[in-house]
Design a protein around this ligand. Sequence first.
Ligand SMILES: Cc1ncc(COP(=O)(O)O)c(C=O)c1O
Length: 472
Amino acid sequence: MAPALHDKAAAAVLPEEISIDSCGIEPDLEGADAIGKLRGEREIVLGRNLHDQCFSITEPEHDDEETGEKDVYMAGVLARYRKTLVERTKYHLGYPYNLDFDYGALSQLQHFSINNLGDPFIESNYGVHSRQFEVGVLDWFARLWELEKNEYWGYITNCGTEGNLHGLLVGREVFPDGILYASKDSHYSVFKAGRMYRMEVVKVDTLLSGEIDCADFQRRLLENQDKPAIVNVNIGTTVKGAVDDLDGVIRTLEDCGFSQDRFYIHCDGALFGLMMPFVKRAPKVSFKKPIGSVSVSGHKFVGCPMPCGIQITRIEHINTLSRNVEYLASRDATIMGSRNGHAPLFLWYTLNRKGYRGFKKEVEKCLANAHYLAGCLRESGFGAMLNELSSTVVFERPQDEAFVRKWQLACQGKIAHAVVMPSVTVDKLKVFLKELIESRSRLFPDGKIVAPCVADELGAKNCACVKHSSCS
Ligand SMILES: Cc1ncc(COP(=O)(O)O)c(C=O)c1O
């Protein structure tokens, strides 16, 4: 019998395609491992198993209400949990989450079960909703991406993944026989959408920077000229923070004979969708170009305490997808049923407070701090890369796993990254650098530091190994 995942989680190594993350099924580790090795695939270290540390739910004692013991126990658990959250928030660099916010003004609304089920623009029978706020937020994003009020449709999603699932679903509804093209550095949710919708998927190569390789894209399009193209364009890739050349993608489609009625572009702006409009020289994401949809995560750069996202598409596309639902007295064109009605309040609050000007300032600060970090890493002898339009600093994976866990670094193969968000200050980066250097020194007590070669991942000029550092 296949061993359950939690028996081995700490040391489990799985080939990427059959990890529990991608299919939700507990795999046969030995079998999976063997397949991975046969294919020569990279091994993945999974996080530790938490099952034996969970806070179990116990049946109340008959006299709990009189003794108050259960309340005391639960208050203690929550207080300790809060302390952990404070601590873990202090040492976080690996994921693109802005952890700096104050939503105290909204605490009064926590007592309500706010649900925006159905269409954001059509009130349902359930009256405890926040559609007035949701539509205000959607208008703000439609303006940012240059689509008129009467030309767009959108909704507040549960996350960037849902935005991708929706955008690509719209693409497939527009072109039921379309092929999905996505660079191999696209987020796994894009390939998940391909599997869910049983679409033919073509993976396109990337440049060293992580951007889509338009030459390879052209080759792939020419092989499939008979079918429409549904293209995922990354406005910030997950690992390297690379921004695909939207104009280059459109040009390539046109050069290959794909007229605008034969392609659909979804822009995955989960990461930088809100940053790019404020970066000079960045490819402009705009519905004035022939794109079909854009999505962004609300809990990343914006900074929301719960996962959420924004999805905007052209109104003409949504009509094919939308259905009347009598039970709701509304229409349904979203992926989910019930929708978090608190998320729009948080988004509305923060967009109102910061405005376009506030976000621009934050973007500039993040880019400057990312440059500072990349510079310090290189000066300290670490291989490091920073894409020009990005605040994701990619560097050689620290060899000390405890350090990786402490700073919650996201790693892939030989590289790790730190995503500089508004909550990442220069002081925090200084502490990180000091601890990184100390942890490396412990591995080389004789002081002779050997940097790993990351030339294949980051390019020879960004590599600090003996061979490449002497060439640069
Ligand atoms: C490029 C990209 N797209 C989509 C997602 C998914 O976003 P979410 O975590 O909000 O579902 C991510 C997450 O990091 C991402 O980096």
